[in-house]
Design a protein around this ligand. Structure first.
Ligand SMILES: *Cc1c(COP(=O)(O)O)cnc(C)c1O
Length: 483
């Protein structure tokens, strides 16, 4: 891979990818139709390469990085499940891929139908009353939810200051709370890894606007006191927000609305398989209970009595627009196809298999690794590398060692209440054979810690780049290459 004979710069002056036939249409002068200051003065600096060179370039890049189409990707909380190729095939149909958001609604009724139906499916899954597909990520869904909370309280003539967040929350939760103009108020976990109910009650008052809770939480544990939690929060007039990034443990088995949540975001790019990693594109629809529907973003998709779809912005209490247009449409099509392909029963077995896979792995690893909170594991679990650390090998080293075996690493050092955390989420996509291979490697790494710890501290050695100076890489970003 790091063969120095492979030259990165491939462009050679005069080389061509395609030979176009001679033009047989009259040439028009660009200067007549485009104002001169917009015309380029010199030719674009495009690489001059042949088609096979381009193909090889991208194929080589694709195998330098790890991806779920290559092997196991147990990155906890991120739900890196396989994205069925039919999703991509259907999203690429020209009727979907080549439409423009400025087209009149009459000639994009099919696209709007898909969006409307997807909203309906998400409402059925969550038990909520209305939804929007506009947010482009889970975190933007959170932000929208926080703005809705704010509007709701303002409408009631109240100005509330705080939003309760458990100490195990994903970093985007406090960030969204602060962006929305609130102050996060942290609630502790109890010795079972769930929200400490007493601590929660001591932090609830009429200055609290709501609570943002991940269900199941980031330890992969179902908050089994959810009814008491929701009741306590509602009793002070506050709202319940569900971070639905972990819906893969819930879909088809129970509904967020039944647990007392008022708002939820769903990460289509996690639970509903659309590809992610490397920064997008994503989609984080939110769904709300009836009393919050008037605050949803505009424009809102509606269906009239003749079955025609249209957008309306006539929603006086809306929080406004979150997106230039209507959402990341290609991602919406993929999620729609995925849900339709599985159906009700398929979605249920998706969830059940995700839970079985996580529990299987947990049980296979629990003798070699310390797993602090294990009672009631759902779709993921958090291993602590504290016993390995005592022997001089950190969670980071174990994560790097996994790369040498061709696996992606788990999420590490999150959540914060587990020392040397390694958060493992297998997803339902994996076979028992793959899970067994992963177990074997995790046990081998643990054995090597006693025999040859340097081997692990120096990992990875088989990847295109070896151990990086992560601090330097973060501080001195160098992403641009110029010939
Ligand atoms: C991924 C994730 C988010 C944020 O979602 P994005 O789509 O990445 O913005 C929020 N909370 C949890 C628990 C997550 O796993």
């Amino acid at each position: 891979m790091s063969d120095s004979r492979v030259i990165f710069e491939k462009s050679v002056k005069g080389r061509m990818g395609v030979a176009l036939p001679k033009s047989d249409v009259p040439e028009i002068s660009l200067a007549d139709s485009i104002s001169p200051e917009l015309l380029r003065k010199s030719p674009a600096k495009l690489p001059e390469v042949s088609e096979p060179q381009v193909v090889r370039h991208y194929v080589n890049l694709s195998i330098k990085n790890h991806h779920v189409d290559k092997d196991f990707y147990p990155l906890g909380s991120c739900t890196m499940k396989y994205n069925p190729k039919i999703n991509d095939a259907l999203a690429s149909l020209s009727g979907f891929a080549n439409i423009h958001p400025h087209q009149p609604v009459e000639n994009v009724q099919g696209a709007l139908h898909i969006m409307f139906e997807l909203e309906q499916m998400l409402l059925k899954i969550t038990g909520m009353s209305e939804a929007t597909l506009q947010p482009s990520a889970g975190s933007q869904g959170e932000f929208a939810g926080i703005l809705i909370m704010k509007k709701y309280h303002e409408k009631n003539g109240e100005k509330r200051k705080y939003i309760i967040i458990p100490e195990t929350a994903h970093g985007t939760n406090p960030a969204s709370v602060s962006l929305g103009g609130f102050t996060p108020r942290e609630v502790k976990s109890d010795n079972r890894g769930r929200v400490d109910l007493e601590d929660l009650k001591s932090k609830l008052d009429h200055e609290v606007a709501g609570m943002m809770l991940t269900q199941p939480n980031t330890l992969g544990l179902f908050e089994d006191q959810i009814e008491e939690i929701s009741e306590a929060v509602h009793n002070v007039g506050a709202l319940m927000y569900m971070d639905g990034a972990n819906m893969n443990a819930v879909v088809g088995l129970c509904k967020p609305a039944d647990m007392g949540f008022d708002i939820i975001h769903i990460n289509l790019h996690k639970t509903f398989s659309t590809p992610h990693g490397g920064g997008g594109p994503g989609s984080g629809p939110i769904a709300v209970v009836e009393k919050l529907a008037p605050f949803l973003p505009i424009p809102k998709l509606i269906k009239d009595e003749n079955g025609k779809y249209n957008w309306t912005s006539d929603i006086p209490d809306s929080i406004g627009r979150l997106h230039t247009f209507f959402g990341n449409f290609g991602i919406l099509v993929r999620a729609y196809v995925y849900i339709r392909m599985l159906g009700d029963d398929g979605l249920k077995s998706m969830t059940r298999n995700a839970i079985i896979n996580a529990n299987y792995l947990k049980n296979k690893l629990k003798d070699a690794y310390n797993i602090p909170f294990t009672e009631g594991t759902l779709h993921e679990f958090v291993v602590s590398g504290d016993t390995q650390k005592a022997k001089g090998v950190k969670a980071l080293d174990i994560a790097k060692a996994l790369l040498d075996y061709g696996f992606h690493a788990p999420t590490i050092y999150f959540p914060n209440n587990v020392p040397e955390a390694m958060m493992i989420e297998p997803t339902e996509s994996e076979t028992k054979a793959t899970l067994d291979r992963f177990v074997e490697v995790m046990l081998e790494i643990n054995d090597n810690i006693n025999v040859n710890p340097d081997l692990i501290r120096e990992a990875p050695i088989t990847t295109p780049v070896t151990r990086l100076d992560e601090t330097k890489a973060n501080r001195e970003l160098d992403l641009r290459w110029t010939p």
